[in-house]
Design a protein around this ligand. Structure first.
Ligand code: BG6
Length: 508
């Protein structure tokens, strides 16, 4: 095979272990759930895997009057409880020497000056090299003030040869307008390549594998289009309720919480053309083409569905309905289930609907992308022989049982011709010995390395709101969500929406 040198293509060998260089990560919002359950454990796991350098520091910033030691205890407890890899005293000792805490309010100039001084001291004491990542694990109302404080204290301008990056957690606004405003504030302070918007689904191994499956093989791509595909179903189901997140969730709901980001990103990766290279710009361009080609159904009431969980049983335990959860107003109209149909107006996908659904308190926790194929154009068998034959499908199992299933028809052993559906399975756990890292490990490492392919850009976020806003407006003007029983698979309206198209939801 002749290889041609492309001078524009990134030719780094990506099999080499990617180890972060000297740097400090500043975590705003250290007491939140996300920081304790995901961010701090992921930092420890990276250290444990040898992917953080000795000159790494973690600085906590929050309103409480913690000392460095108090902060170390917070991190220690979070790591002990939630990290993926085993606890090692040696790794912890190394990591804990780089822990600092700066107390302060987001409006307090002096606190940010102290943060700047702490980072300068760490550059000298720990050798962090002036490289700083600022992680916003804080509510969106606080983004503008913290961003301005970073600018005022000079922290957004890195010293020559160093970098300064900002990591933003969703929600990126609650509609197009607020997202634009948020982007304007952040982009006015940080250069575009320095803003990392986290969509943790993109950090999941199986989601990255979607790109590997599609673009590293010759087997799937030729049939990945409107000639062969009937429709695509993307499901992200959770068995949990809203737990203690009433404050965040009520008024936001399932569509804003999950469809706007995770599911539209999964759809874009499923539908996009092959990027010219696996770099941030090339992947972004292809995802944006998909998002810009999305069309909404004419009659939103007939092709979308929203629900709110009522009381029920889950895993043998009696559970409350959404309106009975602590902190939820008795007349809340927040959707805890949302399903929508979208079409993608391109040659590849003309006439192939994409159905996206998500919900809390559903039958089980599962995320999957099911590409369902058209029936064979002709079957040379008696009708009775193919009665049990369904549609072929390729199902990418994102979680929890990571892998891929291919469903097709096969002859039932015996003297007569009878065809029935069978499945062929690929399971991560069986094919690979190493366990998959947590999404946050991958994404935090990418931030520290400045590697951006797995982070949605500003325009993608805005395009996703553009898709969702008319649906949210329609729902706001038309009644309230349908109730569904906890432990089931969503409201009747979601089945009806599929039945109108002559299709059915898969039971994952
Ligand atoms: C978050 C949502 O983005 O994803 C949560 O805000 C949801 O509501 C969570 O529970 C699910 O993440 P995962 O990785 O457990 O599927």
């Amino acid at each position: 095979m002749t290889t041609v040198y492309n001078p524009l293509r990134d030719s780094r060998d990506r099999r080499l272990p990617r180890i972060a260089g000297p740097c400090a990560l500043v975590l705003f919002g250290v007491t939140g759930d996300l920081a304790r359950k995901k961010v701090m454990p992921a930092i420890y796991d990276l250290a444990n895997r040898g992917l953080l350098p000795p000159n790494f520091a973690l600085v906590g910033f929050a309103r409480r009057e913690h000392s460095d030691q108090d902060f170390a205890k917070v991190v220690h407890d979070a790591v002990a409880e939630h990290s993926r890899t085993p606890f090692s005293e040696e790794v912890w000792k190394q990591l804990s020497e780089g822990l600092r805490f700066v107390p302060g309010d987001f409006n307090n100039d002096a606190a940010f000056d102290e943060l700047a001084a702490t980072l300068r001291r760490l550059d000298v004491e720990r050798g962090t090299g002036g490289n700083h990542a600022f992680y916003f694990s804080i509510p969106p109302w606080a983004f503008p003030v913290v961003t301005q404080q970073l600018k005022r204290s000079g922290l957004s301008d890195p010293p020559p040869g160093a970098w300064s990056r900002v990591v933003i957690e969703k929600p990126f606004g609650h509609n197009l307008e607020s997202a634009q405003e948020l982007n304007r504030v952040v982009d006015s302070v940080f250069a575009p390549g320095s803003v990392f918007r986290i969509d943790h689904y993109l950090g999941k191994e199986t989601v990255q594998n979607l790109m590997a499956i599609r673009f590293a093989n010759n087997l799937f791509e030729p049939i990945w289009d409107a000639r062969y595909v009937d429709h695509v179903q993307i499901t992200m189901a959770e068995d949990i309720g809203i737990g203690s997140r009433a404050g965040y969730y009520d008024g936001i709901g399932a569509a804003r919480d999950v469809i706007q980001n995770h599911l539209l990103q999964l759809m874009a990766l499923t539908a996009m053309e092959e990027p010219v290279a696996f770099d941030a710009e090339s992947v972004r361009v292809e995802k944006e083409k998909v998002l810009s080609a999305v069309v909404l159904p004419q009659e939103l009431g007939l092709h979308t569905s929203r629900g709110q969980y009522g009381p029920g049983w889950q895993g043998g335990v009696k559970v409350k309905g959404y309106l009975q959860e602590a902190g939820i107003p008795k007349d809340s109209k927040t959707d805890t289930f949302a399903a929508i149909r979208l079409d993608i107006d391109t040659r590849r996908w003309a006439g192939v609907p994409f159905y996206l659904r998500t919900g809390k308190r559903l039958g089980r926790r599962v995320t999957e992308i099911a590409v369902v194929f058209k029936r064979a154009p002709h079957l040379p068998f008696a009708d009775s022989a193919v009665e049990e034959l369904g549609q072929n499908a390729i199902v990418l199992r994102v979680q929890p049982d990571e892998g891929m299933t291919v469903r097709f028809g096969s002859k039932v052993p015996g003297t007569a011709m009878e065809v029935r559906d069978v499945t062929m399975d690929f399971q991560y756990g069986e094919s690979f010995t190493q366990a998959s890292p947590e999404a946050y490990e991958r994404l935090i490492l990418d931030v520290l390395l400045g590697d951006a392919p797995l982070f949605p850009r500003h325009r993608e976020v805005e395009m996703s709101w553009k898709i969702l806003d008319p649906i949210l407006d329609y729902w706001a003007e038309h009644g309230r969500p349908d109730q569904y029983t906890s432990g089931g698979w969503g409201p009747k309206s979601s089945y009806e929406m599929m039945a109108r198209d002559g299709r059915m939801w898969r039971r994952p």
